[in-house]
Design a protein around this ligand. Sequence first.
Ligand SMILES: Nc1nc2c(ncn2[C@@H]2O[C@H](COP(=O)(O)OP(=O)(O)OP(=O)(O)O)[C@@H](O)[C@H]2O)c(=O)[nH]1
Ligand SMILES: [Zn+2]
Length: 213
Amino acid sequence: MSVHQLGGAGTGEADEVLQSLESGRAFDQPRAEAAVRELLIAVGEDPDRPGLLDTPARVARAYREVFAGLYTDPDSVLDTTFDEGHQELVLVRDIPMYSTCEHHLVSFHGVAHVGYIPGPTGRVTGLSKLARVVDLYAKRPQVQERLTSQIADALVRKLDPRGVIVVVEAEHLCMAMRGIRKPGASTTTSAVRGLFQTSAASRAEALDLIVRR
Ligand SMILES: Nc1nc2c(ncn2[C@@H]2O[C@H](COP(=O)(O)OP(=O)(O)OP(=O)(O)O)[C@@H](O)[C@H]2O)c(=O)[nH]1
Ligand SMILES: [Zn+2]
């Protein structure tokens, strides 16, 4: 079997067994290929015409990459922490995010902003780890609200912070290329925890930094 380098956190080589953490089921390349072939037939295509011959295998590999977040525990990327004694806001803005709407299996994409105020010890995590958590939760069949809360809750579990704020802004292709057909419509979701729930001033300050362009 050929080896494919896959992008994103938590991915590996194509012949590595990837097991879904939630269902316990492993990624099944032949089954995914057969399903794509069947779908092509169902929409009235000829999967044996030259242009489509490699498509089932290609699409199956693409799904494996797009759903890489099913096979890695996102909490594990937050194991790397440093005692910096920093007691104020840490905010990473404009993290590019590609996810897949679980209703239509098409992309919703945009940016995530992830901020937190460290706990009393001032323990922080690496900045890239915040983007990795976004990536792992995004690379699953998702809805935007759940994605937003899952990122916030992972930070709460792993960093014991005083507060967490996550804002996701995305365009849903299922609303743009089909259905209601409103390209450019943007959906914003937020999840706040701890101090950002109880203190309107802290929340306003963080939101002001997030929306500032
Ligand atoms: N709340 C929420 N809704 C979403 C998300 N992604 C897609 N949807 C919506 O999920 C809904 C599914 O509605 P259904 O009526 O079951 O599906 P549908 O007939 O394809 O709906 P239309 O998209 O309106 O044509 C649609 O309104 C989508 O816009 C998301 O992340 N969050
Ligand atoms: Zn959708």
